[in-house]
Design a protein around this ligand. Sequence first.
Ligand code: SF4
Length: 718
Amino acid sequence: MDRRNFFKIVSTVSAGVATSSCGKKSDALIPLLVPDHEIVPGEEHWSPSVCSGCGAGCGVIVRVMEGQRTIERNGEKFREQIACVKKIEGNPLDPVSGGRLCARGQAALQSLYNPDRVRGPMRRMAARGNAGFAEISWDDAIASVAEKLGKARASDPKKILFLTASQVSARTLSIQRFVESLGAPPPLTCSASGLETERRAADSVFGWKGLPRYDLGEARYALGVGADFLGGWASPVYYARQFGRFRQGRPGIRGKLVQCESRMSLTASSADEWLPLRPGSEPHLLIALARLLLNEKLSRNAEELPPDVEEAMLSANLADLISTTGIEEKRLRRVARELAESEAPLVISGASVLHTNSLQAVIAAHYLNVMLGNVGKAGGMFPPIPAPADGPQSANIPLALKGADILLLDSENPVYAFSLGSAVTEALTHMEMIVSFGPFIDDTAAYADLILPDHHLLESRAAVVPAVSPKRSVAVSKQFIRPLYNTRAIEQTLGDTAHKMNIAFEPVTPEAFVKPFLPAGENWDDVVRQGGLWLDAELGSSALKPVDAKLAWSDPVFEGAPEQYPLLFQPYLSLQYHDGRGANLPWMQELPDPTSSSMWNLPLELDPQTAARLEVTTGDSVRVESAHGSLEASAYVHPAALPGVVSLAIGEGHTHFGRYASGRGVNPLSILAPVWDISGTGLALGATRVRIRRLDRKGEELIQFSPRDREQGPWGYR
Ligand code: SF4
């Protein structure tokens, strides 16, 4: 749909709403057929908004039914104006979503109408962690926060910690301004999907700020390494659209995808070829490929490679690198040749499962793209479009919590993300004050002293810079339905608190956020009506060359004695639950897993050889033990799981997260070793060794949509 038609639809429908009148026959007849509370007789209109299901920042359009109904109160009849959000789709004008959405985006409806939303400000009435709260007025809540923040500011503002999403948005900028006005450190982020490694690698090699964009749709041959870009990585809808074009969108051209991962992810199962890589050997694989290109004189752009990097590649022991990956040499040689011979080769690398050395892998992949000569070219890798500010960064959050007295939480959930022994909960127990602004009580909000609930994003104004976009983009949302409950926008709550504290603070409005980018002839109303601002971006040629030469590789660290804990454990981001925030939505619980077809609880995937040795079959209950904890899960014997590697989706196992998620399943992050990646900012999700034993009693039942496996093999490693 083009811009003109989009405007036409919006204005036609709006006119319909404006001229609808009460007293229609339908108003009287429909209630006889359908219960009063279920009908919305009236007109539909579509309003643009932004999805908050992950950090991708997809632009959406929301179908709202508006109308009137008759209600009876104290014996009197009233006409009441009502609106109901019925459906969410991708915004066809948005260059990220392009009119498409993923399942979590569709399910945002269920977070708006979720029965467990916090309906107004609340104060803690029970011990921390027990989620016992009672209602309180907004005035009392703001006064309490202002008083404690005032004391903390006077004594040591460095002990105030704000956790929020890693996105760049009007909201995160407002939070940055607020903590600045307190003299507190910049806000931090703690999600397992924060993509800090990918940002650091781009900065390290090219000096880029943000995530590179991979032009998969124009590539002819793509090598994916460690990045499940059709699953939970970076911007799933954008890359799914790109993948569609790569495969079928160009007449006569079909791109070939070779995916290297140590789990058969959604991307690996969609690839032409899957190279089952030993966990943590991504840097070794990429440097081996680079070395093969150099050996065979297949690098088409070797002059751009910094001499130190080339020297490091040439100093590598090729045989050692290849044997570390577990991939046959002849396969790797073929992939190197295919990459070199392709008209438009591309390497997409990321850290879907973070290892201690993932940063080295993504850096190596960038140098490989330089050698292939694709940086800034159609079908290659592009620099991020400059954003108006940097987003919040990841850090060692348990350490940061230990040093804080006041914790302000914007829907981040460190108790779930860092169940490392009792370090996080202990730090929370000793906090002076914890305030949660989230719309739900999750594992960490259960420790809060005060909950000052934000509106749902569909009830809010917002301006969000997408994680990746082919254009200079800001997705925008206006408030088009009245908030359902006694909630307040976080920007207003922060403003009210600052006012009470007598400190100068001005939140960043979406309009102010977008204004510096508005070109002549465009105005804010147009931006709001179309749901965003999208401008062509110029590429500076200097930004396309490496600015530094830091190529290194090291073996991954795995914690736990191999004799005691012989298996490697991989928690992964699933399509359904992402970093855990989708688990309270019944549609996501009900969505059959693409691998095991299980619902309402994802199983532990293990390979047939290990399963046979342990006498485990699909549906058995097993105990998974690391040196740091244990959990019980249903087993799924996955024909394509790597021998000796077991995987479990992140998302379930919340102590608190509403009726659909609390107490359901297990949290794989709860048994991880406290091992950090080489940058010291990310918990290495793949660094824990475990052992498994079958339990004789039945645990939670494995519910499968279709218990029959799909046709098997060939899976590549046999
Ligand atoms: S990719 Fe993320 S932002 Fe886009 S629709 Fe899915 S959950 Fe929403």
